[in-house]
Design a protein around this ligand. Structure first.
Ligand code: ZN
Length: 112
C-alpha cells in the first residue's frame, strides 16, 4: 500500500496518482489527472506502475534503438536518455544484464 501525499489515506499500489481523489480535487479543483496547464502536475505527479523484468528489458532495448533514430532530436530526448539510463541501472542492479551489456546498449546516446 502507498499513502496519499496529502492526507495519508492508504491507496492501492495500482492507483496511479500521488494524491487521493479528494486531495486532488481540493488541490487542483478537478478529478485526478485533470490539471494539464499546471507545471506542478507535469513535474511532480508521480505515476506508479509495475512491470516484469522481461518488459523492462524490452522497454530499455526499444528506447535505446529509438534514441538512435536520426530524427529523434526533439526536446524530450534528454528526458528519455535520462530515463533509459535509469532503467539500465535498474536492470544491472537486478542482474538482468551486465554492466558491459548496459554500456553497449546505451553507447552513443548523447544528450543534445
Ligand atoms: Zn488524500
Amino acid at each position: 500500500m502507498t499513502e496519499c501525499a496529502g492526507c495519508g489515506t492508504l491507496l492501492s499500489p495500482k492507483y496511479p496518482w500521488h494524491l487521493c481523489p479528494d486531495c486532488w480535487k481540493e488541490k487542483y479543483g478537478a478529478a485526478p489527472g485533470w490539471n494539464k496547464k499546471d507545471n506542478e502536475f507535469w513535474l511532480n505527479t508521480i505515476v506508479r506502475f509495475e512491470l516484469n523484468v522481461l518488459s523492462l528489458m524490452a522497454l530499455h532495448g526499444n528506447l535505446c534503438l529509438a534514441l538512435r533514430h536520426p530524427d529523434n532530436k526533439g526536446e524530450s530526448r534528454g528526458i528519455m536518455i535520462h530515463f533509459v539510463q535509469l532503467v539500465g541501472r535498474k536492470l544491472v542492479e537486478l542482474n538482468a544484464i551486465t554492466p558491459d551489456q548496459r554500456k553497449e546498449a546505451e553507447s552513443g546516446l548523447v544528450v543534445p
